[in-house]
Design a protein around this ligand. Structure first.
Ligand code: ITT
Length: 196
């Protein structure tokens, strides 16, 4: 359940190897209206999203269907974690250009974070992921979405983007580092414990 096509694509990519067919949750062809409360943490927003989503599933008589929601954001160290839970609003208002203007020149550290919830028809599974990295000084790359063109992930295990932003790499490469992929992997692992 998301209005963000980038998130949808990444969820499809993460779940399809396990035989799940991920589709955008639409009611009458539209993304359902969700009220995102003013919360301090992604976890609280993700909880609010899944409970509203479950209510919607009940209203349309589909409470046995699976439902995935996720809340995520970019946390910039020198800005005290801003935009964090306000990432979607800030992206809409000032974009990547605006972030580059308000950034500290020296400390470029930031992380993407994600909190996911998955309703399997009977219970809710939880997942969290963090992707540490740095904000570069310019906007680079057409791939991905949101803040991807200004973010270079730290090397992780044997993986490196060699200084390229998430906007400059393919989705398979982003998956090696992605906060979202880590959160969805938690859920896949928890599901495996239910299924097997
Ligand atoms: P839904 O709430 O409908 O799922 P949204 O885009 O509003 O979609 P959020 O409220 O979780 O999603 O806001 C997350 C913001 O952080 C949004 O602006 C994203 O573009 C950005 N963001 C999250 N993950 C990202 C990623 O992997 N790459 C780039 N930007 C990301």
């Amino acid at each position: 359940m998301t209005g963000n096509q980038g998130k949808l694509l990444e969820a499809k990519h993460a779940f399809s190897p396990f035989g799940f067919n991920v589709e955008q949750f639409l009611i009458d062809g539209k993304v359902p209206e969700i009220i995102e409360p003013q919360c301090e943490t992604l976890d609280d927003v993700a909880d609010a999203k899944i409970s509203q989503g479950l209510q919607l599933l009940k209203e349309i008589g589909k409470e046995k269907d699976a439902l995935l929601v996720e809340d995520s954001g970019l946390f910039i160290e020198s800005l005290g974690g801003f935009p964090g839970v306000y990432s979607a609003y800030v992206l809409d208002k000032i974009g990547c250009e605006g972030i580059l203007k308000i950034m500290d020149d020296v400390n470029r550290k930031a992380s993407f974070q994600a909190s996911a919830r998955f309703w399997d028809g009977t219970k809710v599974h939880k997942g969290n992921g963090i992707c540490p990295g740095n904000i570069i000084h310019s906007i680079r790359g057409e791939n991905g979405f949101g803040y991807d063109p200004i973010f270079v992930p730290l090397d992780y295990l044997e993986f490196s983007t060699d200084g390229l932003t998430f906007g400059e790499v393919k989705i398979d490469m982003k998956e090696n580092f992605s906060h979202r992929k880590k959160a969805l992997d938690d859920i896949l692992l928890s599901l495996k414990n239910v299924i097997m």
